[in-house]
Write a protein that binds this ligand. Structure first.
Ligand SMILES: Cc1ncc(C[n+]2csc(CCOP(=O)(O)OP(=O)(O)O)c2C)c(N)n1
Ligand code: SF4
Length: 287
């Protein structure tokens, strides 16, 4: 099969085509058959549709990595930036025009390795950007090296005997750094991707939507997790759905909880900046 010939992006859901949201000149995608990034992109575009976003007022920004290709396929304003820098570019765009809806599509390596500083400081500032973290536990584009999210003992092309590092939990990291909206789901729980991305976009502040996804080409193959469908089952087994009871993070034994972990209203960065500017302007106005 041609790369990307199978693409969930092009599959109509409940009879509705999302072609209007796709940059058709870039089809088919370069993603491998069965790659979960297509599922996430589909969920994101579905969210744009359900929110009736004005595509001229929407910006999708990616870093470098397979996940970073998402802006290529989105029929919005789009930007392909350097590895780990989607949030740095996003911050500039949002500061210049706070009326835009800014969505950053970032790999787990992109987010928590080279872009780690941009990530934590965006959380701290609470700038109104939605960061969608495509967490496939590995560096996909460059050949399956381990990432800061690779679980202990799992293999990658640079940890062939098993990873000895402690992995980051992206959602926990985001909460510790002060993000005001934090949620996690998986490509197995596909319907939730759209719902959480919608909530992230509607939230006025920095939103992190982490989505556990499958890289059958590297992570799945080297860890003998089977094909893309088997990997969806694996995602189901390694996570547990949102519960009514508050999560006791210390009691967890390997499984990752899913759901909305934080949704709080805090003052937003571009609002604070506008207020500061206006207060200073009124002081310097010559009457
Ligand atoms: C400054 C810089 N360092 C390293 C690279 C090489 N590089 C490109 S993509 C990538 C990792 C991609 O992994 P991830 O962010 O998890 O995204 P995925 O491909 O898995 O979606 C790396 C290390 C680069 N392009 N630029
Ligand atoms: S290498 Fe992995 S992450 Fe990249 S397109 Fe292929 S399956 Fe997806």
């Amino acid at each position: 099969m041609e790369p990307g010939a199978w693409s969930p992006l092009l599959m109509p859901k409940k009879g509705k085509s999302l072609e209007r949201y796709l940059r058709m000149s870039q089809m088919p995608t370069l993603w491998c058959p069965g790659c979960g990034h297509g599922n996430i992109a589909r969920g994101m575009l579905q969210a744009f549709d359900e929110l009736h976003l004005n595509l001229d007022q929407t910006v999708v920004i990616g870093g470098i990595g397979c996940s970073g290709r998402t802006p290529f396929y989105s029929n919005t304003n789009a930007m392909h930036t350097t590895h780990g820098r989607a949030l740095a570019f996003g911050t500039g765009i949002k500061m210049a025009n706070p009326d835009l809806t800014v969505v950053a599509t970032m790999g787990d390596g992109d987010t928590a390795a080279i872009g780690g500083n941009h990530f934590i400081h965006s959380c701290r500032r609470n700038i109104d950007i939605t960061a969608i973290v495509f967490n496939n536990s590995i560096y996909g584009m460059t050949g399956g090296q381990f990432a800061p999210t690779t679980p202990q003992d799992k293999k990658s092309s640079t940890t062939v005997y098993g990873n000895i590092d402690e992995p980051f939990d992206i959602a926990e990291l985001a909460m510790a750094a002060g993000a005001s909206f934090v949620a996690r789901t998986t490509t197995f729980d596909f319907q939730d991707t759209t719902e959480l991305i919608k909530k992230g976009i509607q939230h006025h502040g920095f939103s992190v939507v982490e989505i556990i996804t499958q890289c059958p080409t590297y992570y799945g193959k080297i860890n003998k997790l089977g094909n893309a469908v088997d990997m969806l089952e694996y995602e189901k087994d390694m996570t547990f759905p949102e519960e009514d009871e508050p999560i006791d993070w210390k009691e967890l034994s390997g499984q990752m909880p899913l759901g909305i972990f934080r949704e709080e209203q805090r003052s937003e960065y571009t609002d604070r900046y506008r207020e500061l500017r206006e207060s200073q302007k009124s002081k310097t106005d010559v009457t």
